[in-house]
Design a protein around this ligand. Structure first.
Ligand SMILES: [Zn+2]
Length: 694
């Protein structure tokens, strides 16, 4: 599938460079048609897309192309018409040459002094700075998919230095079709490219498809704003015009009259310029990040929240933010306008400051202007003076909320951010909410789901009443119902603290909400772990190797959270044999009360709420079984078989479920002879602890 790239050509090229240059080159991924292989709207200047020397080699070896950003490492003379160019270039120092896919020539130079990019139209072009060339070894075609060829070394010699004096006078800047953005500088000499790194709004106005929409009624408004922005950054009229014509096709408009118009407004309103905002304009360096809108770092942070499957953990203090416009994420995904995400307050504050997101946002249906409000009340009129509504409140539909504004939207927003599941059988026909579980760090937990939802709804809008919260709870309950038997991780998997262990292939993988796990063992898996002290202790307590194996098997089946057999384990021995200690250790290993219930057999037999305690548990284990009352264990048959039983959460309605936990009890010794004839004991794996522990 890969392209016919030639790593050898690349290596020869690198061999001809001074080592420190080779190590510090800035490579980028390039597609087969020579276009940069990065998401649209992204900038090549972003370090994110930069490849180092080794990464670039690897990419070429994989049959993919790379490019080199020239920066101050290289000047490359692109000889478009070798015959015509001959007379201009004959005095230039000879240097390493690369033939391009179409058989033309790239001459590589190390710029001695600062050299500007210049060209002789259709004959030769000198590229520098942020310009880019396809690297030797790449195999590319033209935009139409034709004209395939490999970039290979034509003249194998070291890269020479080039000084501005070497250049022929003809290799100068041309006015026509000049796209040399590096030439566009403001009155302080700051390059527009650098300024755009700091001012995302300007960047977006010049490089993206803004109007109409995105806050602009029409292209005229966008043009005016672009001019205002450039005046703010202290560009002179000629440079304003160049910037607008080079970066965007603001076609067919009368620049002069619009410019004068905006300039007059700008001056009569006494609008600020960048100098007004800098203590010391001379100390400021464009590109340093000052004033940049929604930074890449922020978008990357956002991406973590959006793409990470386990982002839906309870994040204390996370606050809702509704997005006022689409935000493109580094991965190429985007957050849609109107999405509500629960995010860390710092992140929300930053988005709010840039008016990218907020808690209460209303949109004018006429001019689409967004109104960010502090409180959940909608403004009575559109505040855009140019809106055709003319500031009049005309009908009830005016200004629509972008943020979630009814229980359905609030519930949907919560379900977009968090995972919920509700036991279908726990929902009654009418209003009541069911047993709703909240997914957190690998497992669904029922205890805090309700309070969690209430808290989040309150957080969205503190004016809401209890009944509004209930509406959201009910909506989520109904929307997330799943039958009881679907709960629990599927066969052969054990959920651990931060990974899930697949017993079939002994592999660890991240937690998945779709596993519907309800319990996990709070340990990190170490297949090489060994515990000599415990094994030693166990050997003394349970001398029979067979008994120890059976105990291990029972506990092993308990781990996987499904019902694999119908026997319970009974540890029997004299009172001082350390049975309670053994049970305590095992409970601890299983993660304590989250995974182990401690229901006495009599409670299980006699009460519905006792049975309810077995839900989502791996093990039920207690030493509170008196020898005299062993017969009560017989009533546990259904529970131990994993058959459906009726249960009841205290003060809630009853429901049916099938317990999957294993049972481990301790009882004082009964003579093994009498056990032999007793059918009752067939249900039990008997673990003998015959010796008193000193
Ligand atoms: Zn409006």
């Amino acid at each position: 599938m890969g392209l016919d790239t030639k790593i050898g050509e690349f290596d020869r090229f690198i061999d001809h460079l001074p080592e420190e240059i080779a190590e510090s080159l800035w490579f980028i991924p390039v597609r087969e048609d020579k276009a940069p292989d990065i998401p649209e709207e992204e900038s090549l200047r972003d370090e994110e897309f930069r490849l180092g020397l080794e990464e670039a080699r690897e990419r070429l070896e994989d049959g993919k192309n790379i490019g080199i950003i020239l920066r101050d490492h290289f000047s490359v003379l692109d000889v478009i018409d070798p015959e015509e160019a001959e007379e201009y270039l004959k005095d230039l120092p000879s240097t390493l040459e690369v033939s391009t896919r179409s058989g033309k020539v790239h001459r590589y130079y190390l710029p001695g002094d600062e050299i500007e990019g210049k060209d002789i139209p259709n004959i030769a072009e000198l590229r520098t700075g942020w310009r880019c060339v396809v690297a030797p070894g790449s195999h590319a075609c033209d935009e139409g998919g034709n004209g395939w060829g490999t970039y290979s070394i034509e003249s194998s010699q070291d890269v020479a230095e080039l000084s501005p004096n070497d250049l022929p006078p003809e290799l100068t800047v041309v006015e026509e079709g000049g796209k040399e953005e590096d030439r566009i500088v403001n009155e302080r000499g700051w390059r527009i490219e650098k300024i755009m790194e700091d001012d995302e709004k300007l960047d977006s106005l010049l490089t993206r498809n803004v109007p109409p929409g995105k806050g602009y009624v029409d292209i005229e408004e966008a043009r005016k704003d672009t001019i205002r922005k450039l005046l703010y950054w202290e560009f002179g009229p000629k440079m304003v015009q160049e910037a607008m014509e080079s970066y965007r096709k603001y076609e067919d408009f009368d620049f002069d009259s619009l410019f004068i118009n905006v300039l007059q407004d700008f001056q009569s309103n006494g609008e600020d310029t960048i100098s007004d905002h800098l203590d010391d304009p001379d100390a400021y360096r464009p590109g340093s990040g000052v004033g940049k809108k929604v930074k890449r770092k922020t978008r990357r942070e956002l991406e973590e929240w959006v793409s990470n499957q386990n982002r839906r953990v309870r994040e204390d203090g996370a606050v809702p933010a509704t997005f006022a416009s689409e935000i493109a994420l580094p991965s190429g995904e985007s957050i849609e306008e109107g999405s509500t995400l629960f995010l860390p307050p710092d992140l929300v504050a930053e988005l709010q400051e840039k008016e990218k997101a907020g808690r209460y946002i209303f949109k004018c249906p006429r001019c689409h202007e967004l109104h960010f409000q502090e409180k959940p009340y909608k403004p009575s009129v559109c505040q855009n003076p140019n809106c055709e509504s003319n500031g009049e409140r005309t009908d009830g539909k005016f200004l629509k909320p972008v943020h979630p504004s009814d229980h359905e939207e609030r519930a949907e927003a919560l379900m977009d951010n968090y995972h919920f599941k509700t036991v279908a059988a726990s929902l009654s026909g009418t209003s009541a909410a069911g047993l709703t579980h909240l997914y957190e760090k690998g497992v669904y937990d029922e205890e805090e789901a309700m309070g969690f939802i209430r808290g989040k709804v309150q957080n969205m809008n503190s004016k809401l009443k209890l009944s509004d919260q209930n509406d959201v709870i009910n909506y989520i309950s109904v929307a997330t119902q799943v039958s009881e038997e679907k709960f629990g991780v599927s066969e052969g998997k054990v959920v651990l603290e931060d990974r899930t262990l697949d017993l079939e292939n002994d592999e660890l993988r991240p937690h998945k909400p779709s596993d519907l796990a309800t319990s996990k063992i709070p340990i990190e898996y170490d297949p090489d772990a060994w515990c000599p002290e415990f094994l030693d202790y166990l050997e003394r307590m349970v001398p029979s190797e067979k008994d120890r194996e059976r105990l291990q098997e029972l506990l092993g089946t308990a781990l996987v959270g499904e019902k694999l057999h119908k026997k319970g384990a009974m540890v029997v021995g004299p009172t001082d044999a350390g049975k309670s200690t053994l049970i305590k250790i095992i409970r601890g290993v299983f993660g304590g009360r989250d995974n182990v219930s401690t229901q006495a057999p009599s409670t299980l037999a006699d009460t519905r709420w006792g049975k309810a305690k077995l839900r989502n548990k791996l093990l039920n284990s207690t030493d509170e079984v008196s020898a005299g009352r062993l017969e009560e264990l017989a009533t546990l048959k259904r529970v131990m078989d994993g058959d459906p039983v009726e249960a009841e959460e205290k003060r809630e309605k009853t429901f049916e479920f099938s317990p999957t936990c294993e049972h481990l009890y301790a009882a004082n010794q009964t003579p093994s002879a009498s056990r032999k004839d007793d059918a009752f004991w067939n249900r039990w794996i008997v673990i003998e602890t015959p010796n008193p522990v000193p």
